[in-house]
Write a new protein. Structure first.
Length: 238
């Protein structure tokens, strides 16, 4: 988990900065606050923060439920050959990296829940749920990679939900920060939009490297070294 946590956090951040999410942030801000079409920079930040917070809670609930399911599957697979399972999952992560880079055309299609909740605070969590239930070629690969880490770790449902929660932090906290400082936040979005291709290459490359580490067994070796270090060196105060 110590290795997986920073990877999950970074995967969530990469998802937020991806071309599937970043250009839509102003639209989400307006929709969940009921201020679509208004000048967001002159609106109450508290209302936008509340709307985005409910939106983040909505998709986090969906993602964490999925993470709990994968965590339980990982617990059932714990008795299997861990090296073999990790290698297969590593291949999946490599494929997800290729998808993130724009390859494998079939996976570039989006799958969405077309229900349109009412704009405003009441519809914000519902919009988050529909966001979490869809597939996008920038979010699906990173989320899938996190779930492969859950499976390969042989975790429990609670650990799977926790690691997915970390992913949701990486994806959701930037939404909240922009809602708190709209003017500066929208300026930062413009910077990242100009470098979206580089960010896409970084995200896809990160997934491919992670997959290669899993396939070659290096990921498992690092985990074993950490476990050995904690068992021999770390002394808890209680």
């Amino acid at each position: 988990m110590l290795l997986a946590i920073p990877v999950a956090l970074l995967a969530g951040l990469v998802s937020f900065l991806s071309p599937c999410v970043l250009p839509l942030v102003p639209g989400y801000l307006g929709y969940v606050s009921g201020l679509a079409g208004a000048d967001l920079q002159n609106q109450r930040r508290g209302r936008m923060f509340a709307g985005i917070g409910l939106f983040v809670v909505g998709f986090s609930a969906v993602f964490m439920l999925i993470g709990a399911v994968f965590g339980q599957l990982g617990a059932w697979l714990k008795g299997a050959d861990a090296a073999w399972v990790t290698q297969v999952l590593g291949l999946v992560v490599i494929l997800m990296g290729v998808v993130f880079l724009g390859g494998m055309g079939w996976f570039q299609n989006e799958a969405k829940v077309h229900a349109k909740p009412p704009a405003g605070l009441w519809g914000a969590p519902v919009l988050g749920i529909t966001f979490g239930l869809g597939w996008a070629p920038c979010i699906g690969p990173t989320f899938s990679a996190v779930q492969t880490l859950v499976l390969s770790d042989g975790a429990s449902a609670a650990k799977g939900a926790f690691l997915t929660f970390v992913y949701c932090l990486g994806l959701g906290v930037p939404f909240l920060l922009i809602a708190l400082g709209v003017r500066r936040g929208l300026g930062a979005l413009a910077f990242f939009r100009r470098h979206r291709r580089g960010l896409q290459w970084f995200g896809g490359g990160m997934l491919i490297v992670l997959g290669l580490l899993m396939v070659t067994g290096q990921w498992g070796a690092w985990i074993n070294q950490l476990q050995f270090w904690f068992a021999g060196e770390v002394r808890l105060p209680i």
